[in-house]
Design a protein around this ligand. Structure first.
Ligand code: NCD
Length: 296
């Protein structure tokens, strides 16, 4: 693999192998098994121009678990504040000796441009409202781990779909893997160009799905939380109680308790939110290993 900037170029077989490798890596981590040191001598630079907790830390730990070095760039204390261009900044990071760049930026397409400017393998850790491909791998692996398959599961992605880069990658990945998807939210947050089924009413489908995937309202990208949002779309205990016994609840985090998800629902036994966080490290290990090996 030369870059991991989008899930769009990945076929079903590629995605399935990444999912199965992630699950296998998770098991190895849980057992405390010796891990292959495929990043030995490899330097991974984390370039996060937008805030992050779980994504950045899991790329950090993923690198270290595979024997690599991490260097971290903080834009607010960097020469970007002295007027250095983004292109010059990333060329500097490459010049220092980084072998793989992990990039998060508020503008769509920046990770791909960074790959072109530097010639280095780049992971897109979130570009504007476009894509967040490593989160899609985390989520696909979490669902597969729980149900033991993906094909034919019914999933609703609920909330601010239009402004969400998580949804941007997840929709494509889930469709490729044979998951039956519905997008749910206020009309203005449902992407008009998508051919998937769309619903503005969560209550008509909450009892029919296997996975309720909730999104944070992306206020930094123009999403506005209306007064009736919680009432109409928030997953509270009453709605969760109408879900089927086997159904699960997911959220990429950070969660806004009391907005898209009620406190008790986020912490309930059917919530896989903690599992998603736990799968962050193995998924990123699998991605970095594939990039380091330059594997197709
Ligand atoms: C997401 C992001 O930054 O895109 N977080 C994450 O990486 N898990 C989701 C969000 O901020 O809502």
């Amino acid at each position: 693999m030369k870059a991991f900037t989008s899930v769009r170029g990945l076929g079903r077989t590629d995605l399935e192998s990444l999912v199965l490798e992630t699950i296998e890596m998770r098991r190895a981590l849980d057992r405390g098994a010796p891990l292959d040191q495929s990043l030995e001598g490899v330097c991974v630079a984390n370039l996060f121009f937008e805030p992050s907790t779980r994504t950045r830390l899991s790329f950090d730990l993923a690198t270290q678990r595979l024997g690599g070095h991490v260097i971290t760039f903080f834009p607010e204390s960097s020469s970007a504040t002295k007027g250095e261009s983004l292109r010059d900044t990333v060329l500097t990071v490459g010049g220092i000796g980084a072998d793989i760049l992990v990039v998060r930026h508020r503008m769509e397409g920046i990770p791909a441009s960074v790959g072109e400017w530097t010639g280095l393998p780049v992971v897109n850790a979130g570009d504007g409202a476009n894509e967040h491909p490593s989160q899609a791998l985390v989520d696909a692996a979490t669902i597969h781990q729980h149900f033991d398959h993906l094909e034919g599961l019914r999933m609703a992605i609920i909330g601010d779909v239009a402004h969400s880069r998580v949804a941007g990658s997840l929709i494509h990945a889930m469709a490729t893997l044979g998951v039956d998807l519905t997008l749910v939210g206020p009309e203005e947050w449902l992407p008009a160009q998508s051919a998937l089924p769309k619903k503005t009413d969560i209550d008509t489908l909450v009892g029919e799905i296997d996975v309720a995937y909730l999104l944070r309202v992306q206020t930094e990208r123009g999403g506005v939380i209306s007064n009736d949002y919680v009432d109409k779309y928030g997953l509270d205990s009453q709605r969760a109680a109408r879900m089927s016994d086997r159904a699960v609840i997911m959220h990429p985090g950070p969660i806004n308790r009391g907005v898209e998800i009620a406190d008790q629902v986020a912490d309930s036994p059917r919530s896989l939110i903690v599992e998603q966080v736990r799968n962050g490290v193995p998924a990123r290990m699998v991605i970095l290993r594939a990039l380091a090996k330059g594997r197709p």
